[in-house]
Design a protein around this ligand. Structure first.
Ligand SMILES: NC(=O)C1=CN([C@@H]2O[C@H](COP(=O)(O)OP(=O)(O)OC[C@H]3O[C@@H](n4cnc5c(N)ncnc54)[C@H](OP(=O)(O)O)[C@@H]3O)[C@@H](O)[C@H]2O)C=CC1
Ligand SMILES: CC(=O)[C@@H](O)[C@H](O)COP(=O)(O)O
Ligand SMILES: [Mn+2]
Length: 389
């Protein structure tokens, strides 16, 4: 009897993570090995349609209702179902699947990712904004449904790989590495007038526009600190960030005997995605192997929080707990969109987030559910807009 194929859904299939995920799926057998339940995208319906055909997906969904007619036309006669809009994304994520990639960017990914978690799928989590904004709601949803949450963000995937879960008390430090981004060595004055294109030019990783710019402001690392706190935080465990310009060590865990375990690899997300798809096994992948003699050296230095205030704001959000992450992220998303649109300068991003946090943190409810998360996100965007004028 042939084994039933493993069912997969990819949210955000047309993005950087989504394209890498489909590449990994292709290397591991594609439509012969997997049944692709659903693929989702937003504006890039041409790519979405091509992807859906290439893996013989059951359903293709665009988040943008105005693009549905085009998607339908591109998939006419293929038998692939189509749908559009925010609720269609959630319905796609609710369709029974074994494995779901959460690869939508921003808090827009929260509702479909939660829906996937609630049906008990293994959730491969690239979208960090879910954990930052909704705290333990996602982790609890996975646990209640009997599913598994596998971090895909390279740092958290690295920590997951080297964390000895049989000895939680032996872990004393979680060390996130940060490339420092394209402005690692720039002064505040030099960063004042940088353009979105300069900010998006990541030195090591090829990624979507928003995460690339977040790496430049170190807000990516700020989000990752909160993400790490949600995933691996425990009393007595320190959370550190170290600048490591080569992005070869993806993160580290320090133990009470002085050992530090690190995961290394080329800056290629297919390793983390493949790990999450194959877990607990490691599939063979055509990722460039590290050549240590060629690398010759690995560098480290402390982050400069005067030039990059994002890390300090992340620590404040972690210390405050609850919905502070939703406020930091909502304000950051609003400020980032304004920077991309040319409405504010690069340095204003951190100023806007700090002002929104100062305004909103004192009045946040301690207990929260999903409605309060969205309310905090909306309030943060309003406060950010207000500060930006
Ligand atoms: N790229 C990377 O290497 C890494 C990314 N991550 C995280 O993974 C997530 C995805 O990042 P990345 O792939 O770079 O992002 P991209 O911008 O490249 O892709 C985003 C995906 O989400 C879709 N999308 C955009 N807006 C919406 C929306 N409002 N509703 C539904 N779908 C939407 C896009 O559709 P379309 O393109 O069709 O418009 C696309 O499929 C982010 O949370 C990021 O922080 C984490 C670690 C590494
Ligand atoms: C690939 C990945 O996980 C990104 O989040 C990457 O780590 C960004 O790099 P920096 O934020 O360290 O510049
Ligand atoms: Mn990362």
């Amino acid at each position: 009897m042939p084994q039933p194929k493993r069912k997969l859904t990819v949210l955000g299939a047309t993005g950087s993570i989504g394209v890498s995920t489909l590449d990994v799926i292709g290397h591991l057998g594609g439509a012969d090995a997997f049944e692709v339940v659903a693929l989702t995208g937003m504006g890039n319906v041409a790519l979405l349609a091509e992807q859906a055909k290439s893996v013989n997906a059951r359903l293709a969904v665009t988040a943008d209702e105005s693009r549905h007619a085009e998607l339908k036309e591109r998939l006419a006669g293929t038998g692939i179902e189509t749908a559009a809009g925010a609720s269609a994304l959630v319905e796609a994520a609710e369709r029974p699947t074994d494995w779901l990639m959460a690869g939508i960017v921003g808090v827009a990914g929260l509702a479909p990712t939660l829906a996937g978690a609630k049906q008990g799928a293994t959730v491969a989590l690239a979208n960090k904004e879910c954990l930052v904004s909704a705290g333990h709601l996602l982790i609890d949803a996975v646990a209640q449904a009997g599913g598994t949450l596998l971090p895909v963000d390279s740092e958290h995937n690295a920590i997951f790989q080297v964390l000895d879960r049989t000895q939680p008390d032996a872990v004393e430090r979680i060390i996130l590495t940060a490339s420092g981004g394209p402005f690692r060595d720039k002064s505040v004055a030099e960063m004042r007038n940088v353009t979105p294109a300069q900010a998006a030019a990541h030195p090591n990783w090829s990624m979507g526009l928003k995460i690339s710019i977040d790496s430049a402001s170190l807000f990516n690392k700020a989000l990752e600190m909160i993400e790490a706190d949600r995933l691996f935080g425990a009393p007595g465990r320190e959370l550190e960030v170290v600048i490591h310009p080569q992005s070869v060590i993806h993160s580290m865990v320090g133990y009470r005997d002085g050992s530090v375990l690190a995961q290394l690899g080329s800056p290629d997300m297919r390793t983390a995605i493949g790990y999450a798809l194959g877990w607990p096994e490691r599939p063979a992948l055509p990722v460039e192997r590290l050549d240590f003699a060629k690398l010759a050296r690995l560098d480290f230095r402390a982050p400069d929080e005067k030039r990059f205030p994002a890390l300090r704001l992340a620590r404040e959000a972690i210390a405050h707990g609850g919905l502070a992450g939703a406020v930091l992220n909502g304000a950051k998303e609003a400020a980032l969109e304004s920077f991309i649109a040319g409405r504010i300068g690069f340095l204003r991003i951190a100023e806007v987030v700090e002002a929104a946090m100062e305004r909103l943190l004192p009045e946040l409810p301690g207990k929260f559910g999903i409605d309060e998360v969205y309310a905090a996100d909306r309030a943060a965007r309003r406060a950010a807009e207000d500060v930006m004028g």
